[in-house]
Design a binder for this molecule. Structure first.
Ligand code: BG6
Length: 516
Protein backbone atom coordinates (compact mmCIF):
# COMPACT_ATOMS: atom_id res chain seq x y z
CA UNK A 1 0.00 0.00 0.00
CA UNK A 2 1.44 3.37 -1.01
CA UNK A 3 2.12 5.87 1.72
CA UNK A 4 -0.66 8.42 1.67
CA UNK A 5 0.30 11.93 0.64
CA UNK A 6 -0.92 14.82 2.67
CA UNK A 7 -3.96 16.13 0.84
CA UNK A 8 -3.42 19.37 -1.03
CA UNK A 9 -5.94 22.09 -0.26
CA UNK A 10 -8.77 21.42 -2.72
CA UNK A 11 -11.93 23.22 -3.58
CA UNK A 12 -14.49 21.96 -6.04
CA UNK A 13 -12.87 24.03 -8.74
CA UNK A 14 -9.21 23.71 -7.85
CA UNK A 15 -7.52 22.06 -10.75
CA UNK A 16 -3.89 21.19 -10.14
CA UNK A 17 -2.42 20.44 -6.72
CA UNK A 18 0.64 22.50 -5.81
CA UNK A 19 3.81 20.70 -6.83
CA UNK A 20 5.06 19.98 -3.29
CA UNK A 21 2.25 17.44 -3.13
CA UNK A 22 3.48 15.53 -6.16
CA UNK A 23 3.82 11.81 -5.47
CA UNK A 24 7.07 9.88 -5.87
CA UNK A 25 7.31 8.09 -9.20
CA UNK A 26 9.39 6.48 -11.92
CA UNK A 27 9.05 8.15 -15.29
CA UNK A 28 9.86 5.70 -18.08
CA UNK A 29 10.74 7.39 -21.35
CA UNK A 30 10.23 5.06 -24.30
CA UNK A 31 12.30 6.32 -27.23
CA UNK A 32 14.38 8.53 -25.00
CA UNK A 33 17.17 9.09 -27.50
CA UNK A 34 14.89 10.89 -29.96
CA UNK A 35 14.39 14.51 -30.79
CA UNK A 36 11.48 15.16 -28.46
CA UNK A 37 13.42 14.15 -25.35
CA UNK A 38 16.38 16.27 -26.33
CA UNK A 39 14.48 19.36 -27.48
CA UNK A 40 11.53 19.48 -25.14
CA UNK A 41 11.34 16.92 -22.36
CA UNK A 42 14.75 17.23 -20.74
CA UNK A 43 14.79 21.06 -20.75
CA UNK A 44 11.28 20.96 -19.24
CA UNK A 45 12.20 18.39 -16.57
CA UNK A 46 15.39 20.23 -15.66
CA UNK A 47 13.63 23.54 -15.49
CA UNK A 48 10.97 22.06 -13.19
CA UNK A 49 13.70 20.49 -11.06
CA UNK A 50 15.42 23.86 -10.61
CA UNK A 51 12.14 25.40 -9.51
CA UNK A 52 11.62 22.59 -7.03
CA UNK A 53 8.58 21.42 -8.92
CA UNK A 54 9.32 17.73 -9.28
CA UNK A 55 8.78 15.04 -6.68
CA UNK A 56 11.78 14.63 -4.38
CA UNK A 57 11.66 10.87 -4.94
CA UNK A 58 11.79 10.47 -8.68
CA UNK A 59 13.74 8.69 -11.39
CA UNK A 60 13.64 9.22 -15.13
CA UNK A 61 14.43 5.89 -16.71
CA UNK A 62 15.16 5.86 -20.43
CA UNK A 63 14.16 2.71 -22.28
CA UNK A 64 15.66 2.86 -25.76
CA UNK A 65 17.42 0.99 -28.49
CA UNK A 66 20.87 2.61 -28.67
CA UNK A 67 23.71 1.26 -26.60
CA UNK A 68 24.44 3.68 -23.78
CA UNK A 69 25.29 3.67 -20.11
CA UNK A 70 23.76 5.92 -17.47
CA UNK A 71 26.82 8.14 -17.77
CA UNK A 72 26.89 8.43 -21.56
CA UNK A 73 23.13 9.07 -21.55
CA UNK A 74 23.55 11.84 -18.98
CA UNK A 75 26.39 13.41 -20.97
CA UNK A 76 24.37 13.26 -24.20
CA UNK A 77 21.45 14.97 -22.54
CA UNK A 78 23.68 17.67 -21.15
CA UNK A 79 24.91 18.34 -24.69
CA UNK A 80 21.30 18.52 -25.86
CA UNK A 81 20.58 21.01 -23.08
CA UNK A 82 23.48 23.18 -24.24
CA UNK A 83 22.03 23.13 -27.72
CA UNK A 84 18.32 23.61 -26.98
CA UNK A 85 18.26 25.44 -23.66
CA UNK A 86 21.67 27.14 -23.34
CA UNK A 87 20.53 29.38 -20.47
CA UNK A 88 19.65 26.38 -18.36
CA UNK A 89 22.89 24.62 -19.24
CA UNK A 90 24.93 27.24 -17.35
CA UNK A 91 23.61 25.82 -14.06
CA UNK A 92 26.23 23.11 -13.69
CA UNK A 93 25.59 22.51 -10.01
CA UNK A 94 21.89 22.07 -10.66
CA UNK A 95 22.56 19.71 -13.54
CA UNK A 96 24.96 17.55 -11.47
CA UNK A 97 22.22 17.07 -8.90
CA UNK A 98 19.48 16.53 -11.50
CA UNK A 99 21.40 13.99 -13.55
CA UNK A 100 21.54 11.67 -10.55
CA UNK A 101 17.86 11.02 -11.32
CA UNK A 102 18.55 9.88 -14.92
CA UNK A 103 19.06 6.22 -15.80
CA UNK A 104 19.33 4.24 -19.01
CA UNK A 105 18.13 0.76 -19.90
CA UNK A 106 19.03 -0.54 -23.36
CA UNK A 107 16.52 -2.73 -25.20
CA UNK A 108 14.85 -3.16 -28.54
CA UNK A 109 11.39 -1.69 -28.16
CA UNK A 110 9.70 -4.87 -29.39
CA UNK A 111 11.74 -7.32 -27.31
CA UNK A 112 9.57 -8.91 -24.57
CA UNK A 113 12.65 -9.86 -22.59
CA UNK A 114 13.67 -6.17 -22.40
CA UNK A 115 10.35 -5.37 -20.73
CA UNK A 116 10.94 -8.06 -18.12
CA UNK A 117 14.26 -6.39 -17.34
CA UNK A 118 12.43 -3.09 -17.19
CA UNK A 119 9.98 -4.52 -14.69
CA UNK A 120 12.83 -5.87 -12.60
CA UNK A 121 14.69 -2.56 -12.63
CA UNK A 122 11.54 -0.67 -11.65
CA UNK A 123 10.94 -3.00 -8.72
CA UNK A 124 14.50 -2.44 -7.55
CA UNK A 125 14.19 1.31 -7.97
CA UNK A 126 10.95 1.28 -6.02
CA UNK A 127 13.05 0.10 -3.09
CA UNK A 128 16.23 2.08 -3.67
CA UNK A 129 14.43 5.37 -4.40
CA UNK A 130 11.20 4.88 -2.40
CA UNK A 131 9.01 5.32 -5.48
CA UNK A 132 6.02 3.55 -3.93
CA UNK A 133 5.35 1.64 -7.17
CA UNK A 134 4.08 4.71 -9.06
CA UNK A 135 4.86 4.72 -12.79
CA UNK A 136 4.46 7.22 -15.56
CA UNK A 137 5.13 5.70 -18.96
CA UNK A 138 5.88 8.23 -21.68
CA UNK A 139 5.58 7.20 -25.34
CA UNK A 140 8.09 9.44 -27.10
CA UNK A 141 8.83 6.91 -29.85
CA UNK A 142 8.02 7.19 -33.54
CA UNK A 143 4.23 6.62 -33.87
CA UNK A 144 4.56 3.20 -35.54
CA UNK A 145 6.03 1.89 -32.28
CA UNK A 146 3.14 3.04 -30.04
CA UNK A 147 1.11 -0.17 -30.39
CA UNK A 148 4.04 -2.60 -30.07
CA UNK A 149 5.19 -0.80 -26.91
CA UNK A 150 1.69 -0.80 -25.40
CA UNK A 151 1.39 -4.54 -26.06
CA UNK A 152 4.76 -5.28 -24.48
CA UNK A 153 3.88 -3.20 -21.43
CA UNK A 154 0.87 -5.42 -20.97
CA UNK A 155 2.82 -8.58 -21.75
CA UNK A 156 5.35 -7.86 -19.01
CA UNK A 157 2.61 -7.16 -16.47
CA UNK A 158 3.71 -3.54 -16.16
CA UNK A 159 0.24 -2.05 -16.21
CA UNK A 160 -1.56 -1.97 -12.91
CA UNK A 161 -5.27 -1.53 -12.44
CA UNK A 162 -5.59 1.60 -10.31
CA UNK A 163 -6.97 1.15 -6.83
CA UNK A 164 -7.80 3.96 -4.41
CA UNK A 165 -4.75 4.87 -2.37
CA UNK A 166 -2.64 2.22 -4.12
CA UNK A 167 0.25 2.73 -6.53
CA UNK A 168 -0.68 4.16 -9.90
CA UNK A 169 0.40 3.67 -13.48
CA UNK A 170 -0.28 6.23 -16.20
CA UNK A 171 0.69 6.51 -19.81
CA UNK A 172 1.41 9.70 -21.72
CA UNK A 173 0.94 9.35 -25.48
CA UNK A 174 2.60 11.88 -27.72
CA UNK A 175 1.04 13.01 -30.93
CA UNK A 176 0.29 12.03 -33.63
CA UNK A 177 -2.60 10.09 -32.12
CA UNK A 178 -3.26 8.04 -35.25
CA UNK A 179 -3.07 8.96 -38.91
CA UNK A 180 -6.80 9.09 -39.58
CA UNK A 181 -10.04 7.92 -37.98
CA UNK A 182 -9.52 4.14 -38.29
CA UNK A 183 -5.90 4.21 -37.10
CA UNK A 184 -6.70 6.49 -34.16
CA UNK A 185 -9.57 4.18 -33.18
CA UNK A 186 -7.22 1.23 -33.35
CA UNK A 187 -4.66 2.99 -31.16
CA UNK A 188 -7.38 3.87 -28.70
CA UNK A 189 -8.59 0.26 -28.56
CA UNK A 190 -5.06 -0.98 -27.91
CA UNK A 191 -4.57 1.54 -25.13
CA UNK A 192 -7.88 0.71 -23.52
CA UNK A 193 -6.98 -2.97 -23.60
CA UNK A 194 -4.29 -2.13 -21.13
CA UNK A 195 -5.27 1.12 -19.39
CA UNK A 196 -8.44 2.78 -18.16
CA UNK A 197 -9.30 6.17 -19.68
CA UNK A 198 -8.22 7.98 -16.49
CA UNK A 199 -4.75 6.45 -16.88
CA UNK A 200 -4.30 7.74 -20.45
CA UNK A 201 -2.84 11.20 -21.01
CA UNK A 202 -2.97 12.19 -24.71
CA UNK A 203 -0.67 15.12 -25.38
CA UNK A 204 -1.63 18.15 -27.36
CA UNK A 205 1.04 20.51 -26.11
CA UNK A 206 -1.02 23.55 -27.17
CA UNK A 207 -3.31 22.83 -24.22
CA UNK A 208 -0.34 23.38 -21.92
CA UNK A 209 0.28 26.87 -23.25
CA UNK A 210 -0.72 29.57 -20.75
CA UNK A 211 -2.46 31.61 -23.41
CA UNK A 212 -4.57 28.65 -24.53
CA UNK A 213 -5.60 28.11 -20.90
CA UNK A 214 -6.37 31.82 -20.73
CA UNK A 215 -9.11 31.38 -23.35
CA UNK A 216 -11.33 29.94 -20.63
CA UNK A 217 -10.32 32.61 -18.11
CA UNK A 218 -10.98 35.37 -20.61
CA UNK A 219 -14.39 33.96 -21.40
CA UNK A 220 -15.58 32.85 -18.00
CA UNK A 221 -13.81 35.20 -15.58
CA UNK A 222 -15.25 38.24 -17.38
CA UNK A 223 -18.83 39.19 -17.99
CA UNK A 224 -17.97 41.53 -20.83
CA UNK A 225 -16.96 39.04 -23.49
CA UNK A 226 -19.65 36.48 -22.80
CA UNK A 227 -22.23 39.15 -23.60
CA UNK A 228 -21.05 39.36 -27.18
CA UNK A 229 -19.98 35.72 -27.62
CA UNK A 230 -22.55 34.49 -30.14
CA UNK A 231 -23.96 34.82 -33.62
CA UNK A 232 -25.83 37.89 -32.44
CA UNK A 233 -22.67 40.01 -32.40
CA UNK A 234 -19.92 38.00 -34.02
CA UNK A 235 -19.40 38.05 -37.76
CA UNK A 236 -16.63 35.47 -38.05
CA UNK A 237 -13.81 33.86 -36.11
CA UNK A 238 -10.31 33.39 -37.52
CA UNK A 239 -7.82 30.94 -36.08
CA UNK A 240 -4.25 31.01 -37.35
CA UNK A 241 -1.40 28.66 -36.52
CA UNK A 242 1.51 29.96 -38.59
CA UNK A 243 5.17 29.07 -38.57
CA UNK A 244 8.17 30.43 -40.43
CA UNK A 245 9.87 27.07 -40.03
CA UNK A 246 10.22 24.64 -42.89
CA UNK A 247 11.20 21.00 -42.40
CA UNK A 248 14.12 21.36 -39.95
CA UNK A 249 15.16 17.72 -40.39
CA UNK A 250 11.60 16.38 -39.93
CA UNK A 251 10.73 15.87 -43.59
CA UNK A 252 10.57 12.08 -43.40
CA UNK A 253 7.75 12.38 -40.87
CA UNK A 254 6.05 15.51 -42.19
CA UNK A 255 5.91 14.35 -45.80
CA UNK A 256 3.77 11.39 -44.80
CA UNK A 257 1.31 13.48 -42.79
CA UNK A 258 1.02 17.07 -44.06
CA UNK A 259 0.04 20.18 -42.15
CA UNK A 260 -3.64 19.41 -41.58
CA UNK A 261 -2.76 16.30 -39.60
CA UNK A 262 0.31 17.89 -38.02
CA UNK A 263 -1.29 21.03 -36.60
CA UNK A 264 -4.90 21.27 -37.81
CA UNK A 265 -6.57 18.14 -36.46
CA UNK A 266 -5.11 18.80 -33.02
CA UNK A 267 -3.81 22.28 -32.12
CA UNK A 268 -6.20 24.36 -34.23
CA UNK A 269 -9.29 22.30 -33.39
CA UNK A 270 -8.46 22.37 -29.68
CA UNK A 271 -8.29 26.15 -29.82
CA UNK A 272 -11.55 26.25 -31.76
CA UNK A 273 -13.36 24.10 -29.20
CA UNK A 274 -12.22 26.30 -26.32
CA UNK A 275 -13.40 29.39 -28.17
CA UNK A 276 -16.77 27.91 -29.10
CA UNK A 277 -17.70 25.74 -26.10
CA UNK A 278 -20.51 26.45 -23.66
CA UNK A 279 -19.66 27.28 -20.03
CA UNK A 280 -18.72 24.03 -18.24
CA UNK A 281 -20.48 23.07 -15.00
CA UNK A 282 -17.16 23.37 -13.13
CA UNK A 283 -13.47 23.57 -13.98
CA UNK A 284 -12.75 19.87 -13.58
CA UNK A 285 -11.27 17.97 -16.52
CA UNK A 286 -14.37 16.09 -17.58
CA UNK A 287 -16.73 19.04 -17.35
CA UNK A 288 -14.48 21.03 -19.69
CA UNK A 289 -13.92 18.13 -22.04
CA UNK A 290 -17.65 17.36 -22.20
CA UNK A 291 -18.28 20.85 -23.55
CA UNK A 292 -15.35 20.76 -25.97
CA UNK A 293 -16.46 17.49 -27.49
CA UNK A 294 -19.97 18.87 -28.02
CA UNK A 295 -18.50 21.62 -30.18
CA UNK A 296 -16.65 19.09 -32.32
CA UNK A 297 -19.84 17.09 -32.72
CA UNK A 298 -21.70 20.22 -33.82
CA UNK A 299 -19.32 21.09 -36.64
CA UNK A 300 -21.00 20.45 -39.97
CA UNK A 301 -19.08 17.79 -41.95
CA UNK A 302 -17.67 19.00 -45.25
CA UNK A 303 -19.16 16.93 -48.08
CA UNK A 304 -17.22 15.67 -51.09
CA UNK A 305 -18.71 18.24 -53.45
CA UNK A 306 -17.96 21.07 -51.00
CA UNK A 307 -14.25 20.53 -50.65
CA UNK A 308 -13.23 23.26 -53.10
CA UNK A 309 -15.63 25.68 -51.54
CA UNK A 310 -14.67 25.23 -47.89
CA UNK A 311 -11.05 24.10 -47.97
CA UNK A 312 -7.77 25.17 -49.51
CA UNK A 313 -4.47 23.35 -49.52
CA UNK A 314 -1.11 24.42 -50.83
CA UNK A 315 2.62 23.88 -50.61
CA UNK A 316 5.42 26.41 -50.49
CA UNK A 317 7.82 27.08 -53.30
CA UNK A 318 11.19 28.80 -52.94
CA UNK A 319 10.99 32.23 -51.36
CA UNK A 320 12.24 34.43 -48.52
CA UNK A 321 11.63 34.40 -44.82
CA UNK A 322 12.83 37.82 -43.70
CA UNK A 323 16.21 38.23 -45.33
CA UNK A 324 16.86 34.54 -45.78
CA UNK A 325 16.27 32.73 -49.04
CA UNK A 326 14.74 29.31 -48.53
CA UNK A 327 14.11 26.39 -50.86
CA UNK A 328 10.71 25.12 -51.94
CA UNK A 329 9.07 22.23 -50.11
CA UNK A 330 9.88 19.66 -52.77
CA UNK A 331 13.54 20.62 -52.60
CA UNK A 332 13.77 20.12 -48.85
CA UNK A 333 16.06 17.19 -47.97
CA UNK A 334 13.96 14.10 -47.28
CA UNK A 335 10.84 15.20 -49.17
CA UNK A 336 9.75 12.86 -51.97
CA UNK A 337 10.31 14.62 -55.33
CA UNK A 338 6.74 13.79 -56.42
CA UNK A 339 5.25 14.64 -53.02
CA UNK A 340 1.66 15.91 -52.97
CA UNK A 341 1.78 16.83 -49.27
CA UNK A 342 0.29 20.16 -48.21
CA UNK A 343 2.22 22.64 -46.06
CA UNK A 344 -0.70 25.07 -45.81
CA UNK A 345 -4.37 24.33 -45.20
CA UNK A 346 -7.37 26.52 -44.63
CA UNK A 347 -10.86 25.39 -43.67
CA UNK A 348 -14.12 27.18 -43.26
CA UNK A 349 -16.12 25.38 -40.58
CA UNK A 350 -19.72 25.93 -39.50
CA UNK A 351 -20.89 25.07 -36.02
CA UNK A 352 -24.51 24.03 -36.17
CA UNK A 353 -25.75 25.05 -32.77
CA UNK A 354 -27.86 27.84 -31.33
CA UNK A 355 -24.91 30.01 -30.33
CA UNK A 356 -22.91 29.84 -33.55
CA UNK A 357 -25.36 29.22 -36.41
CA UNK A 358 -24.27 31.32 -39.38
CA UNK A 359 -20.83 32.31 -38.00
CA UNK A 360 -17.98 30.98 -40.14
CA UNK A 361 -14.92 29.72 -38.27
CA UNK A 362 -11.92 30.13 -40.55
CA UNK A 363 -8.92 28.03 -39.62
CA UNK A 364 -5.51 28.20 -41.31
CA UNK A 365 -2.32 26.34 -40.50
CA UNK A 366 0.92 26.62 -42.39
CA UNK A 367 4.68 26.35 -42.59
CA UNK A 368 7.00 28.94 -44.13
CA UNK A 369 4.51 31.75 -43.62
CA UNK A 370 5.87 35.27 -43.05
CA UNK A 371 5.63 35.22 -39.25
CA UNK A 372 5.51 32.80 -36.37
CA UNK A 373 2.08 33.55 -35.03
CA UNK A 374 -0.72 31.65 -33.38
CA UNK A 375 -3.80 33.67 -32.64
CA UNK A 376 -7.55 33.96 -32.71
CA UNK A 377 -9.38 36.99 -34.04
CA UNK A 378 -13.02 37.40 -33.15
CA UNK A 379 -14.43 39.79 -35.74
CA UNK A 380 -17.59 41.52 -34.58
CA UNK A 381 -20.45 42.54 -36.84
CA UNK A 382 -20.18 46.06 -38.10
CA UNK A 383 -22.30 48.88 -36.69
CA UNK A 384 -25.65 49.53 -38.38
CA UNK A 385 -25.56 51.80 -41.38
CA UNK A 386 -26.61 54.92 -39.54
CA UNK A 387 -24.82 57.74 -37.65
CA UNK A 388 -21.02 57.35 -37.91
CA UNK A 389 -21.22 54.62 -40.49
CA UNK A 390 -22.66 57.18 -42.90
CA UNK A 391 -19.92 59.79 -42.49
CA UNK A 392 -17.27 59.94 -45.20
CA UNK A 393 -14.72 61.11 -42.67
CA UNK A 394 -15.31 58.12 -40.43
CA UNK A 395 -13.03 55.19 -40.97
CA UNK A 396 -15.28 52.79 -39.07
CA UNK A 397 -13.98 49.24 -39.01
CA UNK A 398 -15.47 46.24 -37.23
CA UNK A 399 -14.33 45.64 -33.67
CA UNK A 400 -11.87 42.79 -33.46
CA UNK A 401 -10.84 40.99 -30.31
CA UNK A 402 -7.53 39.26 -30.90
CA UNK A 403 -6.04 36.62 -28.62
CA UNK A 404 -2.33 36.34 -29.31
CA UNK A 405 -1.49 32.79 -28.30
CA UNK A 406 2.18 33.25 -29.31
CA UNK A 407 4.52 35.07 -29.55
CA UNK A 408 4.07 38.47 -27.84
CA UNK A 409 1.31 36.80 -25.84
CA UNK A 410 -1.62 39.03 -25.06
CA UNK A 411 -5.06 40.25 -25.99
CA UNK A 412 -6.00 43.31 -28.01
CA UNK A 413 -9.24 44.98 -28.92
CA UNK A 414 -9.70 47.07 -32.03
CA UNK A 415 -12.20 49.88 -31.50
CA UNK A 416 -13.18 53.12 -33.16
CA UNK A 417 -12.30 56.43 -31.52
CA UNK A 418 -12.63 60.08 -32.36
CA UNK A 419 -9.34 61.66 -33.26
CA UNK A 420 -8.88 64.82 -31.20
CA UNK A 421 -9.53 68.05 -33.11
CA UNK A 422 -12.28 69.85 -34.92
CA UNK A 423 -14.78 67.87 -36.97
CA UNK A 424 -15.54 64.20 -36.59
CA UNK A 425 -12.61 62.04 -37.57
CA UNK A 426 -13.06 58.41 -36.54
CA UNK A 427 -10.07 56.11 -36.49
CA UNK A 428 -9.46 52.48 -35.48
CA UNK A 429 -7.38 52.22 -32.30
CA UNK A 430 -6.06 49.27 -30.27
CA UNK A 431 -6.40 48.51 -26.59
CA UNK A 432 -3.72 46.04 -25.65
CA UNK A 433 -2.81 43.71 -22.79
CA UNK A 434 0.60 42.03 -22.99
CA UNK A 435 1.51 39.22 -20.61
CA UNK A 436 5.15 40.18 -20.38
CA UNK A 437 4.38 43.79 -19.47
CA UNK A 438 1.61 43.01 -17.02
CA UNK A 439 2.98 39.99 -15.23
CA UNK A 440 6.68 40.69 -15.81
CA UNK A 441 7.74 37.07 -15.82
CA UNK A 442 8.46 34.63 -18.60
CA UNK A 443 5.71 32.26 -19.68
CA UNK A 444 6.70 28.67 -18.88
CA UNK A 445 7.01 26.16 -21.68
CA UNK A 446 3.85 24.11 -22.21
CA UNK A 447 5.67 20.84 -21.51
CA UNK A 448 6.50 21.92 -17.97
CA UNK A 449 2.86 22.30 -17.11
CA UNK A 450 1.89 19.06 -18.83
CA UNK A 451 4.58 16.99 -17.13
CA UNK A 452 3.57 18.24 -13.69
CA UNK A 453 -0.09 17.56 -14.43
CA UNK A 454 0.63 14.02 -15.63
CA UNK A 455 2.56 13.29 -12.44
CA UNK A 456 -0.23 14.84 -10.38
CA UNK A 457 -2.84 12.84 -12.31
CA UNK A 458 -4.74 15.89 -13.57
CA UNK A 459 -5.98 15.23 -17.12
CA UNK A 460 -7.60 18.67 -17.70
CA UNK A 461 -5.00 19.75 -20.22
CA UNK A 462 -4.90 16.45 -22.10
CA UNK A 463 -7.24 15.31 -24.84
CA UNK A 464 -9.87 12.71 -24.00
CA UNK A 465 -10.43 9.74 -26.34
CA UNK A 466 -13.78 10.94 -27.63
CA UNK A 467 -12.37 14.41 -28.39
CA UNK A 468 -9.57 12.99 -30.48
CA UNK A 469 -12.01 10.71 -32.27
CA UNK A 470 -14.43 13.56 -32.99
CA UNK A 471 -11.59 15.64 -34.45
CA UNK A 472 -10.52 12.78 -36.73
CA UNK A 473 -14.12 12.19 -37.76
CA UNK A 474 -14.16 15.72 -39.08
CA UNK A 475 -10.73 15.84 -40.69
CA UNK A 476 -10.50 12.36 -42.21
CA UNK A 477 -13.13 12.89 -44.95
CA UNK A 478 -11.41 16.13 -45.95
CA UNK A 479 -8.07 14.34 -46.24
CA UNK A 480 -9.68 11.50 -48.18
CA UNK A 481 -11.38 13.93 -50.50
CA UNK A 482 -8.15 15.79 -51.10
CA UNK A 483 -6.45 12.56 -52.08
CA UNK A 484 -9.30 11.28 -54.20
CA UNK A 485 -10.64 14.43 -55.79
CA UNK A 486 -9.18 16.58 -58.46
CA UNK A 487 -8.90 19.52 -56.07
CA UNK A 488 -5.52 20.95 -56.95
CA UNK A 489 -2.73 21.56 -54.57
CA UNK A 490 -1.98 25.28 -54.93
CA UNK A 491 1.39 26.91 -54.36
CA UNK A 492 2.62 29.93 -52.42
CA UNK A 493 6.10 31.35 -52.25
CA UNK A 494 7.73 30.81 -48.84
CA UNK A 495 7.15 34.02 -46.88
CA UNK A 496 3.63 34.68 -48.23
CA UNK A 497 0.39 34.29 -46.27
CA UNK A 498 -0.74 31.28 -48.31
CA UNK A 499 -1.74 30.89 -51.96
CA UNK A 500 -3.71 33.33 -54.11
CA UNK A 501 -7.28 32.05 -54.40
CA UNK A 502 -8.75 32.16 -57.87
CA UNK A 503 -11.50 29.55 -57.66
CA UNK A 504 -14.75 31.46 -57.85
CA UNK A 505 -16.57 29.07 -55.50
CA UNK A 506 -13.97 29.29 -52.78
CA UNK A 507 -15.07 30.88 -49.51
CA UNK A 508 -11.53 32.19 -49.16
CA UNK A 509 -11.52 34.26 -52.35
CA UNK A 510 -12.81 37.43 -50.75
CA UNK A 511 -11.92 36.70 -47.13
CA UNK A 512 -9.83 39.38 -45.45
CA UNK A 513 -7.62 37.43 -43.09
CA UNK A 514 -6.48 39.43 -40.10
CA UNK A 515 -2.71 39.17 -40.16
CA UNK A 516 -0.40 40.06 -37.26
C1 BG6 B 1 4.03 20.23 -33.36
C2 BG6 B 1 4.17 20.00 -34.85
O1 BG6 B 1 2.92 19.55 -32.86
O2 BG6 B 1 3.88 21.61 -33.12
C3 BG6 B 1 5.33 20.80 -35.41
O3 BG6 B 1 4.39 18.62 -35.07
C4 BG6 B 1 5.21 22.24 -35.03
O4 BG6 B 1 5.37 20.66 -36.82
C5 BG6 B 1 4.99 22.39 -33.53
O5 BG6 B 1 6.41 22.90 -35.40
C6 BG6 B 1 4.70 23.81 -33.15
O6 BG6 B 1 4.73 23.94 -31.75
P1 BG6 B 1 5.00 25.35 -31.09
O7 BG6 B 1 4.80 25.10 -29.64
O8 BG6 B 1 6.40 25.74 -31.44
O9 BG6 B 1 4.01 26.30 -31.68
Amino acid sequence: MAEKLENPPQTENSVTPPSQYLPPCAIVLFGATGDLTRRKLIPAFFSLYRQNQLPKQMVILAFARKTKTDDTFRNDLYEALQEFAPDLATDLTGWSAFEQHLFYLQSQLDDPEGYLRLNQQLLEMDKSHQLQGNRLFYLATPPELFIPVIRRIKGAGLSQIPSPGGPWTRIVVEKPFGFDLPSSQELDRELKNVFAEEQIFRIDHYLGKETVQNILALRFANRLFELMWSQQHIDNVQITVAETLGMEGRAAYFDTVGILRDMGQNHALQILSLIAMEPPVNLQADAIRDEKVKVLHSIRPIQVHEVTKYTTRARYTAGRIGDVEVVGYRDEPGVRPNSATETYAALMLSIDNWRWAGVPFYVRVGKRLPKRYTGVSIVLKNIPDVLYARLDCADVESNVLTLRIQPNEGVSLRMSAKEPGPGILIKPVEMDFAYQETFGKPIPDAYQRLLVDAIAGDPSLFARGDEVEAAWRLITPILNNWTASSVGLCEYPAGAWGPPITDKDSQFRTLQWINP
